[in-house]
Design a protein around this ligand. Structure first.
Ligand SMILES: [Zn+2]
Ligand SMILES: [Zn+2]
Length: 187
């Protein structure tokens, strides 16, 4: 069975060198849905607690929220960074507190201190799905990711890898030491 959760993400981007209106900087509310598949954990009668999916995914996905997302070769990138530097907000601001954990993989690097995400490929809905999968595939048993942004939407199914050992009392993934990191249960 599947448990799934949905996120709202506000972001600005553009399709650098795209021959259409999307080559100009603009913004969206994106809706991201992540579906997680596993057996039903009989202790709690759940696949995985949705608030736990939310917590794990949001620590990464938050980087895309209220962020500017630019491709690595976009000349706007050094221009924006120069302005942020001059303004003194390049390396953070006291009010920039709702930040995700910084990450860097082949497809994407997040700079939470200045709410900037630098991508290898154009951030289309398809591109977003690829990035989210690679950022979260080792943390969640992902079966499907769907992303809507304005009139654009895309979806991709994945084959979940194995089954996670989950706590029968609270449903979260058991630690490698055989102890539940949330409630302390052990077999
Ligand atoms: Zn767009
Ligand atoms: Zn537990």
């Amino acid at each position: 069975m599947r448990s799934f959760t949905t996120f709202n993400i506000q972001y600005a981007h553009r399709f650098y060198n795209f021959k259409g209106e999307a080559q100009y900087l603009h913004g969206h509310t994106g809706i991201l849905t992540i579906e997680v598949e596993d057996t039903i954990n009989h202790g709690v009668n759940m696949v995985f607690p949705c608030n736990e999916i939310k917590k794990i995914a949001w620590s990464v996905i938050q980087n895309f929220d209220h962020a500017l997302i630019l491709r690595e070769d976009d000349p706007l990138l050094p221009a924006v960074l120069a302005v942020y530097e001059k303004q003194g907000i390049r390396h953070g601001a006291p009010t920039n507190t709702m930040k995700g954990e910084a990450f860097s993989i082949d497809l994407v690097t997040a700079h939470p201190d200045c709410r900037l995400v630098v991508t290898k490929e154009t951030m289309t809905v398809e591109g977003m799905i690829k990035m989210v999968y690679h950022l979260l595939k080792d943390k969640l048993n992902i079966a499907k990711i769907t992303f809507h942004s304005g009139d654009n939407a895309a979806t991709q199914e994945y084959t979940p890898i194995g089954s996670h050992d989950r706590c029968p009392l609270c449903g979260v993934a058991m630690g490698k030491n055989g102890i539940c990191p949330k409630c302390g249960y052990h077999k």
